[in-house]
Design a protein around this ligand. Sequence first.
Ligand SMILES: [Zn+2]
Length: 1010
Amino acid sequence: MFFSFFCDAQQEYFQQRVNYKINVNLHDENSSLSATEEINYVNNAPQALDFIYFHLWPNAYKNNSTALAKQLLWQGKTDLYFSKPEERGFIDSLNFKVNGKSVKWEYDKEHIDICKLILNEPLQSSDSLIITTPFYLQIPNAKFSRLGHTDQAYYMTQWYPKPAVYDRTGWHQIPYLDQGEFYSEYGSFDVKITLPDNYVLCATGDKVINADEEDFIKKKISDTEKEIERRKGIKNEASTEDFMPASSKLFKTVEFKQSRVHDFAWFADKRFYVLKGELELPHSKRKVNSWVYFTPKNLKLWKDAIEYVNQSTTFYSFHNGDYPYNNVSAVDGSIMAGGGMEYPNITVIGEVSNAMELEMVITHEVGHNWFYGILGSNERDTPFLDEGINSFYEMRYLRAKHPEIKVAALAGKDSTFKLFGLNKIPYWKYQEIPFYVNLRARKDQAIALKSTEFTTSNYGGIVYSKTSLVMDYLMDYVGESVLDSAMRIYFDNYKFKHPSPNDLFKTLEAFTGKDLRDFQKHLIYSTDHINYKLKKSKRQEKGYALTLKNKTGSILPFNIYAYDKNNKVLGVHWFDGFADKRTVTLPEEAHHFKIDGIDRMPDINRKNNSIKAQGLFKHERPLRFNFLSSFEQPSKTQINYSPVIGGNFYNGPMLGLALHNYGFYEKRFEYLVSPMFAFNTKTPVGFAEFNLNFYPKSVFRSITLGTKAKTFAYDFYDTQFMNDNLGTNFKDLYLNYYKIAPYLKFEFKKKDPTSKITQQITYTNNNLFTDSLDTSAYQTFAVSGPIKKNNYTFINQLSYDLNNTRTVDPFRFNFSLQHTGSMAKVSAALNYQITLTKKHAIDLRFFAGAFLAGSLEERSYYAFRASGYNGWHDYAFEGNYLARNERNGVGFSQFMERDGALKVWSPLGQTPEWMTALNVKSPKFLKIFKVFGDVVVGDARALNTDKFLWDAGINIVFWNEIIEVYIPLLYNADIKKTLELNKVSFPNTIRFSFNIHKLAVKSILQNSFF
Ligand SMILES: [Zn+2]
């Protein structure tokens, strides 16, 4: 039965063959190549071809409108977009001939890194032809992507004209991209590289024997070994900058040959150290040479790298099938932009910070020889077949070799490093982190998408991480040896071919004997989530009856582990998936049970997986306190704590404790409570926040019902005058505010997840309880001292926010309607940044606002303010002011850029009618300086003789949008008069913003690290 399936598949499957002969000269004086290429193209398709698509991928670096430049920009990388012409690269001097005759060819209309050869006569099925062309390559700077040079170090990848894949679904002409590169035809390469003879050269394939080159490499290896020995004794060596030697005047030509590969890459560096090793393949016992190449700077890091190459090659061979080539190499590419990247036989390794990380990256990249090199699936369309499956084996390698090392090692710490619970997660489990960050925020995407459809964070968190977790869960279910034998069959049947997801799952189904349709439906082709819950346990005559609930409806098999009270496993039972509710019986006399006992299922909520067999609190999870925050431990109720300090003019210094459950993953219920003690007023103060997140299926990513609360003193009644005159001894009376603001927030789901636009609507009900002096009790002040009363007001706000975080010209827009029972005002603000260069931008802000209703008195209280908000203008108590109600000193100088946002203070332009403003900030100069300019126009009654208010001056940015200082130098005449009238001297015109309320612990934890 299996047999007939494979025969069927092969009838429609075909694969072209492309054999290359390339002669190339490196001109390192100007970092260019000149070359000739001869391609033997074999048409194995059942039909004739009229044309052949070619990739000219070096043209991806030609200008800032290529697909690569656009993708890099989308990833937030602006190097290529803002590159100088001399940094870019391109391919030209092409002159295609087919069977010796000139042929018409044209660039693709959209992509200059694709062209089309129009054949003079059709290439018949089973026929072949010879295509030749010279080409010249200007090598781009290596800071952009993966083809390039840094000084005279060369990373030659995707560098030659290459036919696109033609398969049973048609042509796959694709522009070069950084995220999800490869799909290529198999064939053979014979490449002769000519370059100055002091370069160390490494490449795909076997080197054709060349006595001089052998001697040169042998000498390099012995130099390397001596240098390692010499530097063993040196403990704290000064970091050595790599010195680039001059190029030799003599040239050498080195030839490499390889068949059954789909790509050819080479690397050349005059500084490279070289180590050579050997390994024996586990199945065939054939010997393979292993090589590592690295720069002097990284010698200490790389000295054991042969071991990593050998062990990973052996590991992958054992589990999947023997490595079919003679050489396997890893190259230090830490000075290029692309990071680790795989090519047949040879992999380049990006910047790593420690030996453990180097081993992990080498393992991953060596592993790509199987999942990309030998099994040549289409990475552009189904990236999980190589990145994902390969990450699964990388994870297994780390688990087998380093079971005891914790994820703390990723941060360069040893496994006892406690912060954030990094000592609790095994290193091999690091893939869970990026996956759960996206999953719990409901920002995850389906595994089976095309590489261009993923957000950058899901390209890691789903393609790599979720695939490896899902495969691990499958292995837990079918058993390791069953999965291994299935994967060896997959390897044998599809090696040197282009397998599809269907080929993988058909093979897995056939050789595991399991129906994997639900597995694919829920875990590969959708964002369905898993959440089984253990609801009840009930004593039976023998063992227990457990009631489970499937909370998501994804019908997937699961196991239940039974444990004794020392956490020893008594039994493991697998069950088929079910929808809704089910009761199962387990025979063990267990102390507790757990679904997915060893955490292999990508269950969205592992907290409800356990239950105690007996007792009143079967779901009890013991408390665990963590400093700052911690990764989740589902078996514990985690409370995070940290000390909090603060201070303001009234309360004086404050000290307290923040307790919260904010973690790296979003939670349904989140809280932060931060009580503090104020030393001046000797009162409790503080703030708190609670929110409950709901995740509807459509329209909104999340709906949040939350409350913010805070209380501090905001003014005081000074009793000194009273005490001096009346001989009393009353204490100053401090006035407090209490704010409780429940809100409902709707964050829209993005139609296209890769979009940079987020939108949300929030409705907030600000309840303000503010103390004021009880003036009705003035007469008794002499006896009782000053008395205060508390007033209640509210102001509600409906706001719509749109934020476009695109790399060039990002902007955000806010519309808000504020109202009380009788007053209503609307305003809109657009903050638009004009990006000029990589580091320079002009900031623009447009503001407009008007009142819709309210008495003049009420509107005056909520007036639009030309000079932004001082503390006493902040009627909703949004900001944190150091001296909220003081009209001099710090209280006078601190402001928030609201409404007109003039940086200079003026009592002018406080309008109960309408206001518009334009605010401009120049690009930064001298690192922290900007020039600002503002113009405000409002209702004429709020102005004097000048029709509009304006100012200009210097802005010092200490911390963008958090701590900034403004020095107004120029302003209109009316403002000048008001400053003179109010006796505001030049130093007092300097104002600052201190927007500490914009720093949210929760979003820092959940958005900054991943
Ligand atoms: Zn990879």
